[in-house]
Design a binder for this molecule. Structure first.
Ligand SMILES: [Fe+2]
Ligand SMILES: [Fe+2]
Length: 386
């Protein structure tokens, strides 16, 4: 995705193949996960986390404090360290792993961690599988679903092209592991494949409702529209952008990948190639979301809307899941969608004695008496992170 919450600091690194956790099997397990917060409210916990974001901010007194975004495979958690900060400021960076002792509490209806002590962990103390979120679905089954759809293609050129991508072992491995985005939707190992399978199903359904749609062309666009994420994002420790991803973005990378693959097919129709290129570059649907052209034929328009729908539906589902332990039917402010969300299942459930809280309509600024006020964060526009 193009944008990220303002609290996240990038560290651009090169794509280094499949996530390291695949290579490591025998390291200590964590005993507390971020998803366990509701059971540990107002308790002191000791656990290990990956540093997703690190900021050093001034208190009103001018002394520094640490504002961290911590991650593990169950989610992310904002954390603050107020005391004895100087001695730990420089011992770790983003993507390092920390052992932390601190208090879990709720602030503005969200869990946060107040850090008492921390130390940096060595590689031998880490099992990477504990830190990167991963799809709960069977990746092999998801892949077979794609294979099944592609087997039904009528157009021999499009069928051969997509199969050539799927038969490329290095690419297939990356496609099965990559997240679909850094934070906004499907931000987990296997997320790209999960997103594309869901999109294939939507495209297939919609193409029966609109018979003028070229189904093979639409599905080819769905397969390729985010394939550049395998080079745009790095997902070895936490998710971030590669330098190439930062500088070019996934759509430009995809044109390059398409060009390289089409070199294997000298007889591929030039006009069909142009349509595929347009599907790729127009799928964000708007100039200010990175598309240099607006969708100009029906398959391109449909791909844009179905992609947008799928990413937003998943962003909503993930928000409800992440905040399942909260009492209020309103979620916290969702930066990717630019609004708080109402969970209808909680809203319609039999009411407890206390009325539901009002939605938090403000961007997520966590302020308290000891914290100085930053300028309002820029809120990523809806759709901007596909
Ligand atoms: Fe997408
Ligand atoms: Fe995209």
């Amino acid at each position: 995705m193009r944008l990220q919450p303002p609290s996240v600091i990038f560290q651009a690194t090169h794509y280094q193949g499949p996530p390291a956790f695949i290579l490591r099997q025998h390291s200590p397990m964590k005993d507390f996960y971020i998803g366990d917060c509701p059971r540990h409210e107002n308790k002191v916990v000791t656990s290990t986390f990956v540093v997703v974001g690190k900021q050093i901010k001034p208190k009103k007194t001018g002394e520094p404090y640490l504002a961290l975004t911590l991650g593990d495979r169950s989610g992310q958690l904002e954390a603050k360290m107020w005391d004895n900060v100087e001695e730990v400021l420089d011992i770790f960076e983003q993507d390092d792993f920390l052992k932390i002792k601190g208090l879990i509490n709720k602030y503005k209806n969200r869990f946060q961690l107040t850090i008492h002590k921390l130390r940096k962990l060595g590689e031998s103390e880490i099992d990477f599988a504990d830190y990167l979120p991963k799809t709960t679905k069977d990746v092999g089954e998801l892949w077979q679903t794609l294979v099944g759809f592609v087997a039904t293609f009528q157009n021999p050129h499009l069928k051969s092209l997509v199969q050539a991508f799927m038969d490329d072992p290095e690419l297939a491995s990356a496609y099965r592991n990559a997240p679909a985005a850094k934070t906004l939707h499907h931000a987990y190992i296997g997320g790209l494949l999960d997103h594309v399978v869901s999109l294939f199903r939507s495209c297939d359904l919609m193409s029966t409702n609109y018979p003028q749609i070229n189904r093979d062309l639409l599905l080819t666009g769905a397969f390729l529209h985010d394939i550049g994420k395998v080079h745009e994002l790095t997902y070895n420790r936490s998710f971030s952008y590669t330098t190439k991803g930062q500088l070019l973005g996934h759509m430009i990378i995809e044109l390059e990948m398409l060009q390289a693959k089409l070199a294997l097919f000298p007889g591929f129709p030039e006009d069909l190639k142009t349509l595929i290129e347009h599907l790729i570059i127009s799928h964000h649907g708007q100039y200010d979301f990175g598309s240099p052209k607006l969708p100009m034929f029906p398959e391109a328009l449909m791909l844009h809307y179905l992609d947008d729908l799928d990413s937003k539906m998943e962003a909503m589902r993930a928000t409800f899941e992440r905040e399942a332990g909260m009492d209020s039917p309103w979620t916290s402010y969702n930066p990717s969608l630019g609004r708080p969300l109402l969970n209808p299942a909680k809203f319609l459930a039999p009411k407890k004695a206390a009325p539901p809280q009002e939605p938090d309509l403000s961007p997520d600024l966590e302020l308290d008496a000891t914290e100085s006020v930053d300028p309002a964060p820029s809120i990523p526009a809806p759709n901007s992170g596909r």
